[in-house]
Design a protein around this ligand. Structure first.
Ligand code: UT7
Length: 332
């Protein structure tokens, strides 16, 4: 393959309002101690009344385009991963497209819940590699607070709102470069993406409503213990799959930017893979689980504070409702 996709910019946005565990414990039968010890979460950001997924997405997108120094007019495609669109239709991506002043290209939403960003990364990468797009804006944005049952302490304490975005651009491989057996020494860009789903586990994590079933939006329902068990198993196996596909070992990875569901899931995955927990970028303590937004939020933080540097090998991985899970390996 002569074309690869490079991540040339990132950006993120969190709503202003911060809700601590202590605040939640004033209206729910829960404690800061329970939430922190079971999940590592200390606080979450929640969207203000009237602040929509498209508002968060737009701010993250503007920041990513500014970082990349690319005008919106050059974007061929907007892919927005979300479980909490502004409306059932039109796609929230089209709202972002028009607010960016774009009249060109295509914009659409994708739904893979917490794995949405990794699924979007794969879509963007494939459109670029086939030559159909040159510049893709990929956004993960959620107002997950709107689909929580605020009476259900076993789920509502776990999630938050936010958005993150990246800009991907086509880059041409140097035809004289030695790509080696695995092709991974070819400069910055996406090395590979890996996606899975297993619909037989739908009932472990789902929303009990929707336009076709109940004509209501519904609320998140989760069998936390089972999801936890599947997460550690599936995330370790997807990381191994990504490493194997590129002839790499866990030691080669500089940073893991995981979906942020639970600090204990991150630690268990690191242990299972024999990787240092310090290589995992962690934001779950401050953001909680922001579903499709969690990876680009964590990525943006680690890029801007200088942890992720040019040349680093960065592995992104996620699992969510469906169940869906996936990974993307990127040379920064
Ligand atoms: O994005 C991907 C999707 N999400 C995930 O990956 C989440 C995966 N699951 C988890 O993170 C964990 O399973 C949870 C954090 C959801 C729960 O932790 P756990 O250690 O698996 O707890 P549990 O569900 O087994 O519940 C233990 C106890 C229960 O009480 P009993 O039945 O033992 O008396 C719950 O009622 O904790 C109780 N509990 C709470 N207590 C205080 C549940 N939620 C709360 C709460 N505060 N907020």
């Amino acid at each position: 393959m002569n074309i690869r996709s490079e991540i040339v910019g990132c950006g993120s946005y969190l709503p202003e309002r911060v809700v601590t565990n202590a605040e939640l414990s004033t209206r729910l039968d829960t404690t800061d101690e329970w939430i922190q010890s079971r999940t590592g979460i200390r606080q979450r950001h929640l969207a203000a009344e009237g602040e929509l997924t498209s508002d968060l997405a737009l701010k993250a997108a503007e920041r990513a385009l500014q970082y990349a120094d690319i005008p919106a007019a050059e974007v061929d495609m907007v892919v927005l991963a979300t479980t909490t669109p502004d409306n059932t239709f039109p796609a929230t991506a089209t709202k972002v497209q028009t607010r960016l002043g774009m009249t060109n290209g295509a914009a659409f939403d994708i739904q893979a819940v917490c794995s949405g960003f990794v699924f979007g990364l794969s879509i963007a990468d494939n459109f670029i590699k086939t030559g159909q797009c040159k510049t893709v804006l990929l956004i993960g944005a959620e107002t997950f607070s709107r689909i929580l049952d605020w009476e259900d302490r076993s789920t509502c304490v776990l999630f938050g709102d936010g958005a993150g975005a990246v800009v991907l651009r086509a880059a041409v491989n140097d035809p004289d470069a030695n790509l080696g057996e695995t092709g991974h020494n070819r400069g910055p860009g996406i090395l590979s993406t890996h996606l899975h789903s297993d619909g037989s586990t739908n009932d472990l994590l789902y929303v009990d409503g929707g336009p076709s079933s109940t004509q209501t939006v519904g609320h998140v329902r989760m069998n936390g213990r089972e999801v936890f068990r599947h997460a550690v198993k599936n995330l370790a196996s997807i990381v191994e799959e990504a490493l194997e596909a590129n002839g790499l070992s866990p030691d080669d990875i500089d940073w893991v930017v995981p979906h942020q569901a639970n600090k204990r899931i991150l630690d268990s995955t690191a242990r299972k893979l024999g990787m240092a927990a310090e290589k995992f970028v962690v934001t779950v303590d401050r953001h909680a689980n922001t579903s499709a937004a969690s990876i680009p939020l964590a990525l943006d933080e680690a890029v801007r504070d200088g942890r992720i540097k040019k040349g680093d090998l960065v592995l992104m991985e996620a699992m969510g409702g469906g169940l869906t899970w996936g990974a993307g390996l990127v040379r920064w």
